[in-house]
Design a protein around this ligand. Structure first.
Ligand code: SAH
Length: 349
């Protein structure tokens, strides 16, 4: 089959196997793939781009992820924790500036007990109709259950890589099997679930990326964060090369044509690796973008990887900037919460 025929088949059937995905990933001519991904995005998600506010509220982490600057062995990083009411205050500022989703992200920091996170969720829910996405890593089932009852809507927990051996090497404190168990719990609890993975982790092959995409399909995720790996100088992977952004766009595009309704953000790691490809991502399947809203003094310490684009800019100014950017792309700014796109809410149904 020609590449074009393989792409058409995936568009038509929403099915693919590893070999077909590897074949598309290996092909240098991306014109048809990108064109199709853009068409599918328009058909199923419309022209709206969803803006999410992210509050990175603590950089303490109990984990040893080999790629991440927050890992507990990195003693060069100054640590911070935002107060509970401070987090709520910034969620309110985001809401007042037009954000309808707030993503609460942190390292795995057990200082924030089940009750503390419950308090934050309930307080934020009092502000208005604002969706809450949690991204706080692996916790007890009872924690996830309570937070869902408190009103948390979504949970973002990336599977990082679908290669079990590579996953276990990169995460000495946990295991791939565990990760899948947590993702299953989150589904069971009826969160809108986000997963995702990194492109060009050392040791990764195109087959791995094909498995990553197929795992998203199998998990039936509502959102997927897919971005290039960015080496951090104070981690074990400091000498590895940054991820290829063109490969990232191809992976985004295949994910779009296979999963159709999934929310796909342009990630910060893509902006950091090649800012020009942020625009391209919006033409190869992406329909979401996140902006940091916590104070700058915290932004610069949430150093998963070095980010030279970080600016000391207020929430309002940044919101205006991103709105202008979206208009410049000829796209619309969504005024909805941007919940999971289902058959009944999709623009074609
Ligand atoms: N503790 C939370 C949040 C983790 S940080 C959790 O476990 O889910 C958020 C994401 O940043 C990770 O899921 C990972 O995909 C990404 N990330 C971390 N280090 C990175 C790096 N060096 N390059 C690219 N992405 C990275």
């Amino acid at each position: 089959m020609s590449i074009k025929a393989t792409i058409d088949k995936i568009v038509e059937t929403s099915k693919a196997d590893i070999n077909e995905i590897v074949e598309i990933l290996s092909c240098d001519n991306t014109d048809y793939l990108f064109k199709k991904a853009n068409e599918i995005r328009k058909k199923y998600c419309g022209d709206e781009i969803h803006l999410r506010a992210i509050i990175e509220f603590s950089n303490y982490c109990r984990c040893d992820c080999l790629y991440c600057g927050l890992n507990r062995k990195n003693s060069f990083l100054s640590k911070y924790r935002m107060e509970l009411d401070e987090i709520v205050e910034y969620a309110e500022k985001a809401y007042k500036n037009g954000y309808k989703t707030v993503v609460l992200q942190s390292g795995e920091d057990l200082w924030y007990t089940r009750d503390k996170i419950s308090y934050i969720i309930r307080k934020i829910k009092e502000i208005g109709d604002i969706a809450i996405t949690l991204s706080v890593g692996e916790r007890d089932y009872e924690d996830y259950k309570q937070w869902r009852l408190d009103g948390a809507d979504r949970f973002l927990l990336k599977h990082e890589t679908a290669d079990e051996k590579l996953y276990n090497y990169l995460h000495p404190h946990s295991s791939f099997k565990n990760r899948l168990k947590y993702l299953k719990w989150l589904k069971e609890l009826e969160y809108q679930v986000g997963s995702g993975f990194m492109i060009d982790l050392p040791g990764q092959k195109l087959e791995t990326l094909a498995k990553d995409i197929l795992l998203l399909k199998e998990l039936d995720v509502d959102m997927a964060g897919i971005g290039p790996f960015v080496p951090h100088p104070k981690t074990e992977l400091r000498n590895s090369l940054p991820g290829d952004t063109n490969l990232t766009l191809k992976v985004l595009a295949i994910t779009r044509i296979l999963l159709k309704r999934v929310h796909l953000p342009t990630t910060t790691s893509l902006e950091v690796t090649n800012i020009k490809d942020r625009k391209n991502a919006f033409y190869t399947g992406a329909n979401v973008i996140m902006r940091k809203v916590q104070p700058y003094k915290y932004r610069k310490l949430y150093e998963i990887y070095p980010n030279p684009n970080l600016k000391d800019i207020g929430i309002k100014e940044e919101r205006i900037e991103i709105e202008n950017y979206i208009k410049m792309l000829g796209r619309k700014i969504s005024d909805t919460r941007g919940d999971a796109i289902t058959k009944s809410t999709s623009s074609i149904c």
